[in-house]
Design a protein. Structure first.
Length: 296
């Protein structure tokens, strides 16, 4: 029997395409983006205040930078550094082997060595047109996976020996043997195959017990999966169909925020699910693993 938990609205952001939730411990804030709104959101957990940073291009990913006032961001145009005080963006690299008129960055993450892993996708998610790259502190770019359509969900095991990743259109979350020193990947196996009736796997987060939480686009929630059996253990219900990502937050990483989207929803859909695009919060009953700063 799958245990079900309900989530509540943290902030009514109404994102067209909410994504990339993140906990920033130094700022005691949650971050997320609206890709199609060109916006970065920050929500201070202690005082419940929010800030909104407007960019001039699509932004799909935010990770912690070297200082508390800096984010590293994935954009339509490459990878940049965003200063939260001056609200200025400086580009770090545009060299990801794509035409930025028809491509943008998508999901990614930062490994324990401070390298940025960032994917690309064609704006209409053309099949096999995207790739996954690793960028080191010297801004050297290495392609790690190719022929991806919608590269999503990246999480490393606590011992840094495995990387979990999904190309959403396949419905599969794959495990790769991972060399933390070289960044080399070797496909190991499919750890979770999400049945199509349960949605499409999008963003993911690993908990301290080694279980994987998967945001289910079209699936109205986030499932917790066992990586040995591939079975769903529990489910967080969200009153929005398009659930895009999740992240553990708080001083003890004992709460979770969940991003959603209203992209491609009709007027009748939005009347039925008016909270689509909002960010939700829940007590999942387990703690997460810390995320790393990016040294770019």
């Amino acid at each position: 029997m799958v245990n079900k938990i309900g989530a509540a609205v943290l902030y009514p952001s109404g994102c067209v395409l909410g994504e990339s939730p993140m906990w920033h411990n130094e700022r005691q804030s949650c971050f997320w983006v609206d890709i199609e709104g060109f916006v970065i959101y920050e929500y201070s957990l202690p005082d419940k205040k929010y800030s909104q940073y407007q960019l001039s291009k699509r932004v799909s990913l935010v990770v912690k930078g070297n200082t508390a006032d800096e984010l590293i961001v994935g954009l339509q145009g490459g990878v940049g550094r965003f200063n939260l005080v001056t609200e200025t963006l400086s580009m770090l690299t545009t060299e990801l082997n794509v035409d930025w008129n028809s491509y943008r960055c998508n999901d990614g993450g930062c490994d324990n060595m401070g390298r940025l892993w960032i994917s690309t996708t064609e704006l209409k998610h053309k099949a096999d047109a995207g790739a996954l790259y690793c960028i080191d502190k010297d801004l050297k770019v290495a392609e790690k996976l190719d022929k991806l359509s919608i590269s999503n969900g990246m999480a490393w095991s606590a011992d840094n020996k495995r990387l979990y990743h999904t190309d959403s259109v396949t419905g599969a979350v794959k495990s790769y043997l991972y060399d933390e020193f070289t960044g080399d990947l070797e496909f190991e196996r499919i750890v979770v195959q999400v049945p199509s009736e349960k949605g499409v796997p999008d963003g993911i987060a690993l908990d301290a017990e080694g279980k994987l939480w998967i945001a289910l686009w079209g699936g109205y929630g986030v499932g917790r999966f066992d990586l040995d059996s591939g079975k769903m253990l529990s489910f967080i219900q969200v009153p929005a169909p398009h659930v895009s990502s999740c992240a553990f937050i708080g001083e003890g990483l004992d709460r979770m925020i969940i991003t959603t989207a209203k992209k491609d929803m009709s007027e009748s859909d939005l009347k039925e699910f008016p909270e689509s695009g909002h960010v939700f919060i829940v007590d999942p009953g387990v703690t997460g693993v810390p995320v790393f700063n990016c040294t770019l």
